[in-house]
Design a protein around this ligand. Structure first.
Ligand code: NAD
Length: 415
């Protein structure tokens, strides 16, 4: 089953549990608009290459489309459709007035020079310029895109429009209309939810062990934050391999080492308490909390039964497959679902948009003070829905979101 079909199946299952209006279910099961763009880029060698990109606008019932741009060789329309659907649900779970969108370009950005990366970003921005804007559709960074790429997007879009439009994307650098706290917002939001859950379920105790898959933006921040909160980080990994330290590791040191060596898997010395492991082994480590912060479909029917963690925190989008959900549930593994766990990112993106539109700059403290209650309220809503429907947290998050979306769709479309 494709990623998008998987997502629609989850929508249908939640719809059945909550007895959702069939018309609303039909509307949520398809994107409002899907666009494929093919655009030429002149490479440093003088060769002209045509790249393929996508933008999917899933649903705007609750506000402008919102969602990141991914640069990856495996980006395709199906993946972007699934990611845009999750954005719609995510914004509704945290109750912010935005819809869902997502974009991507099929490219390995690591193979491009900075000049080529800039040219590709500007060409993609021109190709999707008629579809985006602060009141229409607001992109942001995702896997292998960052604040610099957002800066080029603002500049190119502003040229097309003939005026400065910083609110066309979020996730910008601070000096370019970005928000304090955006870089770590996804991880911070996940930490707020995890903390609340451990408290409410009586699972909070010192020295809980944590394994983090995907030591990138979200993964490295969450490892640092959890270590600062007294959790013990015993394993981390990136696309090139993993590191297991039975006595715990220091996330900031691991990040410095990764910067020098290119992979956390290289960050061990012979004879010490750390060893190099594969990504497959990392997912099966004995631990209290497994944080998934890489890509989709990392836990599937093939390895779900081997997961020994008690809790999974999904900072990545879609890291657990539909089939794996059933196995984890049977084995008593609690999954804090992506549309709740990683919603801190889009929440601070929303704060960035508000600051841009109001020409304001909030301090880091103001941002944190506004983010925490949003995430705590979302957790409480999802948890009480799970109790009401005797459902998993994922089903409850879908139901919470779909109730809000249903209200908005009915009010707008007179269903
Ligand atoms: P990133 O590019 O900074 O980091 C991704 C990391 O995953 C990299 O370190 C990469 O090496 C690693 N990785 C890739 N394949 C892997 C594999 N098979 N095994 C182990 N590691 C692997 O991206 P990011 O922004 O941290 O995003 C990570 C995930 O979080 C994505 O699913 C993204 O959609 C999701 N997410 C991110 C944000 C955000 O604000 N950054 C918000 C919401 C959701």
């Amino acid at each position: 089953m494709s990623l998008f079909q998987n997502t629609v199946k989850r929508i249908q299952e939640a719809a059945q549990l909550m007895d959702l209006d069939k018309d609303v279910e039909r509307i949520l099961s398809v994107p409002e608009r899907i666009v494929e763009v093919n655009f030429p880029v002149k490479m440093d060698s003088g060769e002209l290459r045509v790249f393929q990109g996508f933008r999917v606008q899933h649903n705007s019932a609750r506000g402008p489309f919102k969602g990141g741009i991914r640069y990856h060789t495996q980006v395709d329309m199906d993946e972007v459709k699934a990611l845009s659907t999750w954005m719609t649900l995510k914004c509704a779970v945290v109750n912010i007035p935005l819809g869902g969108g997502k974009g991507g370009v099929m490219v390995d950005p690591k193979e491009l020079s900075p000049k080529e990366l800039e040219a590709l970003t500007r060409a993609y921005t021109r190709a999707i310029a008629p579809l985006i804007g602060p009141e229409i559709d607001v992109p942001a960074p995702d896997v292998y895109t960052n604040a610099q790429i957002m800066g080029w997007m603002v500049d190119e879009y502003s040229k097309v429009r003939g005026m400065r439009v910083p609110g066309v994307v979020t996730g910008k650098a601070l000096d370019n209309g970005g928000s304090q706290g955006r870089d770590e917002a996804t991880s911070q939001g996940g930490v707020y939810v995890l903390r609340e859950m451990l408290k409410d379920y009586g699972l909070n105790k010192p020295g809980l062990t944590v394994v983090v898959q995907g030591f990138g933006n979200a993964g490295s921040h969450v490892a640092r934050m959890l270590a600062e909160d007294g959790f013990e980080i015993i394993g981390v990994s990136d696309s090139k391999g993993g590191l297991y330290c039975k006595k715990g590791l220091h996330p900031t040191e691991a990040l410095i080492c990764k910067t020098h060596t290119g992979s956390v898997g290289e960050c061990f010395t012979a004879g010490d308490t750390c060893e190099r492991i594969t990504n497959e082994q990392l997912l099966e480590l004995e631990c209290d909390i497994l944080v998934l912060s890489a890509l989709e479909n990392q836990i599937t029917e093939k390895n779900a039964a081997k997961v020994k963690a008690k809790i999974i925190l999904e900072l990545a989008n879609g890291p657990v497959s539909l089939e794996a959900d059933g196995i984890l549930k049977k084995n008593g593994v609690l999954v804090i679902p992506d549309i709740l766990a990683n919603a801190g990112g889009v929440t601070v993106s929303y704060f960035e948009l508000l600051q841009n539109l109001a020409h304001e700059t909030w301090t880091a403290e103001e941002v944190a003070k506004k983010l925490e209650p949003v995430m705590v309220a979302a957790w409480k809503d999802v948890d009480s829905t799970a109790k009401q429907y005797k459902s998993t947290l994922r089903e409850a998050a879908y139901i919470t979101a779909m109730k809000r979306l249903s209200d908005a769709i009915k009010l707008r479309q007179g269903l």
